[in-house]
Design a binder for this molecule. Sequence first.
Ligand code: GDP
Length: 198
Amino acid sequence: MIQNTIENECFFLSSVTNIRSLPNENLNEIGFWGRSNVGKSSLLNSIIQNSIARTSKTPGRTTSLNFFEVPKKIRFVDFPGYGYAKRSKIEIYEWNKLILDYLGIRKNLVSIFLLIDSRHCLKKNDILALELLKSFRRNFFIVLTKIDKVKKNDLDSCYNNIYNIIKNNKFANQKIFFTSSKKNEGIKELKKVILAIK
Ligand code: GDP
């Protein structure tokens, strides 16, 4: 069944810290981006259904672009998170440069899932990320994470807040996902869209 192909076949391809070491462009790629601690690794694990995207804070992995591949279908690209206060300006500059270079040159990058923690909704850095995606003319989806932690009213107002910001952005897909990796909510829907993107 096609729905199962992601988790059964997905494997870790490579970890890239230098833009010259990117894998070939033979497969479409979907980027996963957001603030550090937004729940990116957990969401990737839920999609892949194993632990290769690890939810730990392994230092090396947070500083690189991590490629996961479903052979002949698609790649997921785990971006370094932003807003990680405990790092030096030089390190942050280097991670951001890697992301900017990737966004700038990658022909097979078809979409980006920008993860927003529904407990905090949009923060300054998230707005900057949105502007950056627009300036690179990159199609993206907003994915709200950790919805199990938030009351319905707060979730609604977060949704409205985001919707009003993206509604006139032609690179934003108007579909906003509501997810919880903990409760496995919204994951099936996300996978469906992923499989339709490729
Ligand atoms: P990353 O830094 O963006 O990769 O975030 P992680 O996936 O490592 O998650 C950061 C923290 O949030 C961890 O303590 C996770 O257990 C927690 N977390 C992630 N997703 C969820 C979720 O859907 N619900 C809840 N309640 N906690 C979550």
